[in-house]
Design a protein around this ligand. Structure first.
Ligand code: SF4
Length: 955
């Protein structure tokens, strides 16, 4: 902790822990008088992105209210630092328009009429509905659909206690493709780069300013840079991240794997790879490609085969595909080779989330790590599973016996997560219905593609019986719910968090600040909503109580999982749930707490976080545990097996644990891909995205100079334009993040929306000319496959030519002028269904000042709420990963006299047709042995093994 003195004043970077009970600051508002303010500081965890940085809530001792949030210096990942969204939490909790009480709709669904109800009524209604579904063997009609995860452990427990396969998530609009690319190599589906110790860092997209684990990673990338690391950024946008780079590579979207494989070829061709690592730690002996079979061959012959296989990936080829200069590709590849085991990288959304085949860049990027031996090393690429701490609660329910085809349908056997963007289409096809639907911090009508198909699904009571939106803020989706249930922000609920932020493992504790403080003072609460504003509750207590409501007398076997581990037959409390975990499941925590005379729960309530270990490198080299070794045998291929299951692998004469892949090595050759009908992708490959220039030509009925028979015959044309679509064809990048916004939740933060509130279309000057001398502020009409939207142009050189871009954060809308959805972030719109499936939206007014208990809402000075582009995007499920491929092929023209800013038109009949075209690209299950999906690939809330097999067809 840095402390220094200046002019006799005592300044400190952070309040020292020993002063947290009475922290004194001068009241800035009282200046020039010196008025002291006394605060109690309570740690909690930020909820405004997945990074889980540590917050300190400053509770004013006079008012008993939270006055501000700062960083928690005791949090090992964020180390006291925050991005703009952390401190902005204060505006969210004090938002005068927030939902304070459970609400029940009082008119037709989507009519916007609500009445206040009680938590007891909510529990009774949903308890009876779910009980009936379970008792009637309709468990798959109960679905929990999460947008922003958190409280994962208790949710998994809840769904398995109910015996249902009902977990749905947002991951297929977020990160599934990147996940498959990584997990095929080493089972872990995310990277954990050790940026701080790297010598060379390669980021695909704007990871420094807005990526996954943004603040914890950003500070370590800068540390790495300050220690001499060079930074390369591959991104068609000159983002703030690219502006910090030594090498900016504005690659054409979807061509990143071509560049990465060309780099690999430079390293292979110049023999600058780590041969020992590749030989010891890849499954090279399983490789079969181009008629070459490595089994029984020398390692050198394998390297020759790889060089032959990748020969086409010259720097010149990569330049032609991507636009990145060949000499930059060569230079960067050499820098990576020089960095060797200290080469770090990150890829998460961007190229992975935008493109057909977006999993290949992750697979190709990992090839660079494997060639340089930078896996599990200081300054290298680590596995998320090595840096994320997952504690286990007491007495877990058994895995469910069911398999829900609405979540994991047979067409996508390799999808990493649930096929959630397709849910409206699945229901339209008659694949099932939903009796009880919980959406949790989830706003698919706005954040997902094809939002009007979601509206059609949500308003149809035959398809969705009872819908509760669990949310801290109003949303476009909550509008179509039956119940809107207010859940807490970061300082209003419990949760455990751990992320792969750096080379270490930590655990953080989110806690309801006002409850914790009042309990310190001796007050007692049965439930957190009694201490929170209004009756804002927390999910943990909600699920515990709902489970009791489903099974009040324990006869269904559900209630037992929500009984206290300390008081037989009594209802579990959150203190008992987390207390047990901290006492029994976090190594070293009880001892650290005891040193301070605290119980583990008290320690976590005091500090908010605990670092479990920093011993995280090269965990693949750990010897097989003696218990596993006893009775094991070594197979011909070097696998160490026990009772038919692999427990390790022989490397250098030692039995070590290796990776969790079938070969226990890094899988250069994926037998899984070959076995599951995609043999052409068993090695890392490059293939063109749906928005490639050749696909653009195909959409216009031309073959174009870039025609590639291998690709284009298989995939083209995927795009069919509506008959009135006109204008030049472009690729639209619709998913870049702004560092200070967070999808739906930032909508109720006046601080964050004041910083930015519009999302114009980025257009390069070359394209502005091509479009007829477009200038910044001109109105453009952007046609997609299913409709159009109208917005302003922003002419900028910060984007590669041939591409246009629009941030996904803006364009919130509301159907009521005065209420629901914060008025500072949304436009008031008129929404009409002008024909079956034909939706037209027009803005009636932008943002205007308005009267509330907060005087700032009268001071709102901006009027633009942005334009909702996602509505006009059809679903594009990648045929392998299931990831929604966000990038859009669009046609851009000047807006006409009848077009107005913010106009949106969509035909959901066309979106259903696009869904059918993409579905036709899949290669469905069964796989080997009648499996629905490979047993070794992870699955959220995993059912028992028998459920992985398709039922045998009757003869
Ligand atoms: S990066 Fe920002 S929004 Fe995300 S958890 Fe940290 S402070 Fe919160």
């Amino acid at each position: 902790m840095t402390e220094f003195k200046r002019d006799g004043s005592h300044l400190s970077s952070y309040p020292p822990v020993e002063k947290w009970d009475d922290w004194v600051e001068l009241d800035a508002g009282a200046w020039p008088r010196r008025v002291e303010k006394h605060y109690q500081l309570v740690p909690t965890i930020c909820f405004n992105c997945e990074s889980a940085c540590g917050l300190l809530a400053y509770v004013d001792k006079e008012t008993g209210q939270v006055a501000k949030f700062e960083g928690n210096p005791m949090h090992p990942a964020s180390r006291g630092r925050l991005c703009a969204k952390g401190p902005a939490t204060i505006t969210q909790i004090h938002d005068p328009d927030r939902i304070l009480y459970p609400m029940k709709r009082s008119g037709p669904r989507g009519g916007g009429k609500w009445t206040r109800t009680s938590w007891d009524e909510v529990l009774e209604t949903f308890g009876a509905c779910i009980r009936k579904a379970i008792q009637e063997n309709r468990g798959e009609e109960v679905m929990y659909h999460v947008g922003r995860p958190g409280h994962d452990f208790i949710m998994e427990r809840t769904l398995q206690a109910w015996g249902i396969d009902g977990h749905n998530s947002h991951t297929n609009v977020c990160s599934s493709s990147a996940r498959l690319g990584y997990l095929l190599w080493h089972y872990a589906d995310r990277p954990s780069p050790d940026h701080a110790n790297a010598r060379f860092i390669l980021l695909l997209s704007a990871h420094l300013e807005s990526g996954h684990y943004f603040n914890p990673h950003a500070q370590r990338i800068i540390e790495g840079k300050m220690a001499g690391a060079k930074l390369a950024v591959m991104d068609p946008r000159l983002s703030n991240t690219a502006s910090m780079a030594d090498y900016w590579m504005p690659s054409y979207p979807g061509t990143e794997a071509a560049v990465l494989l060309a780099m690999a070829m430079v390293i292979l061709g110049e023999n600058r790879f780590d041969a020992t690592f590749v030989k010891n730690w890849t499954n090279w002996e399983e490789l079969e490609v181009d008629g070459f079979c490595a089994k029984g061959q020398s390692f050198e012959s394998l390297i020759d085969a790889l060089k032959r296989h990748y020969a086409k990936f010259t720097p010149e080829f990569a330049e032609k595909e991507s636009g990145v200069k060949a000499e930059v590709i060569v230079k960067t590849a050499r820098e990576i080779a020089t960095a060797g085991s200290r080469f770090a990288s990150h890829l998460w959304r961007g190229s992975a989330s935008g493109n057909l085949g977006g999993w290949q860049p992750a697979r190709a990027l990992m090839l660079l790590h494997v060639l340089t031996g930078s896996v599990g090393t200081p300054g290298g690429h680590n596995l998320n599973a090595w840096n994320k701490f997952v504690p286990r609660p007491f007495k877990n329910p058994p895995p469910q016996k069911r398999w829900n085809e609405l979540l994991y349908p047979q067409e996508w056997p390799l999808c990493v997560h649930e096929m959630s963007p397709l849910l409206p289409h699945f229901l339209k096809e008659g694949r099932g219905r939903i009796e009880a639907y919980f959406t949790r911090v989830f706003n698919p009508v706005w954040t997902y593609p094809d939002g009007f198909s979601w509206i059609e699904m949500l308003r149809d009571e035959q398809k969705v019986g009872l819908h509760a939106a669990l949310t801290p803020t109003w949303s476009e989706t909550a509008w179509f719910a039956d119940y809107v249930l207010p859940m807490g922000f970061s300082s209003e609920r419990h949760d455990l968090m751990s992320q792969e932020s750096y080379a270490g493992k930590w655990i953080g504790f989110r806690q309801p600040v006002l409850r914790v403080l009042q309990e310190r003072e001796g007050k007692k609460f049965d439930y957190t909503y009694q201490a929170n504003p209004g009756e804002v509750w927390e999910e943990d207590e909600f699920w515990i109580n709902l489970s009791w409501a489903i099974d009040p007398n324990g006869s269904m076997g559900i209630r037992q999982w929500f009984e206290s581990p300390y008081r037989s037959g009594q209802k579990l409390t959150v203190d008992e749930y987390y207390g047990w975990i901290f006492e029994n499941s976090v190594p070293g925590l009880p001892e650290a707490a005891a040193k301070e005379g605290l119980k583990p729960l008290e320690y976590m309530r005091k500090y908010g976080a605990y670092e479990v270990t920093t011993d995280v490198y090269k965990l693949n080299e750990k010897p097989v545990a003696p218990a596993d070794l006893a009775g094991s045998k070594v197979e011909a291929n070097g696998l160490v097996t026990k009772e038919g299951k692999a427990v390790g692998v022989m490397v250098g004469g030692e039995a070590v644990v290796g990776y969790n892949t079938p070969s226990r090595k890094l899988e250069l050759f994926s037998k899984t891909m070959a076995d599951w009908k995609w043999p052409e992708f068993a090695l890392p490959e490059y293939y063109r995205s749906h928005i490639h220039r050749s696909a653009q030509a195909a959409s216009l009925g031309k073959s174009g100079e870039d025609f590639d028979p291998d690709f284009d015959k298989r995939y083209m044309p995927l795009v069919e334009w509506p008959k009135d679509a006109k204008g030049e064809v472009y690729t639209l990048l619709p998913i870049f993040r702004l560092p200070h916004l967070i999808h739906t939740r930032s909508g109720n933060s006046k601080f964050l929306y004041e910083i930015a509130h519009k999302n114009p279309l980025w257009v390069n000057p070359v394209d502005a000319k091509r479009l007829g001398d477009i200038r910044t502020g001109d109105l453009l009409k952007v046609h997609t496959e299913i409709g159009f939207f109208v917005l302003h142009a922003w002419v900028t050189e910060g984007l590669a030519p041939g591409v246009v871009a629009c941030s996904h954060h803006m364009g919130r809308w509301r159907l009521n002028k005065e209420d629901q959805i914060e008025r500072m972030s949304s436009a008031w719109v008129d929404l009409k269904e002008v024909g079956k499936g034909q939706w037209k939206m027009r803005q009636l007014s932008g943002v205007e000042p308005y009267e509330t208990s907060d005087p700032d809402t009268k001071r709102v000075w901006w009027s633009d709420a942005g334009v909702h582009q996602n509505l006009t995007f059809p679903v594009h499920p990648d045929p392998i990963t299931g990831m929604h491929c966000w990038h859009q092929m669009v046609r851009v023209e000047r807006a006409g006299p009848d077009d107005r800013y913010g106009d949106v038109f969509v035909d959901t009949n066309l979106s259903f047709a696009v869904y059918q075209r993409w579905k036709a690209l899949t290669r469905p299950a069964p796989g080997p042995g009648g499996l629905r999906r490979p047993l070794w690939i992870p699955r959220v809330v995993r059912p028992e093994e028998a459920a992985f097999y398709l039922p045998k067809k009757k003869a």
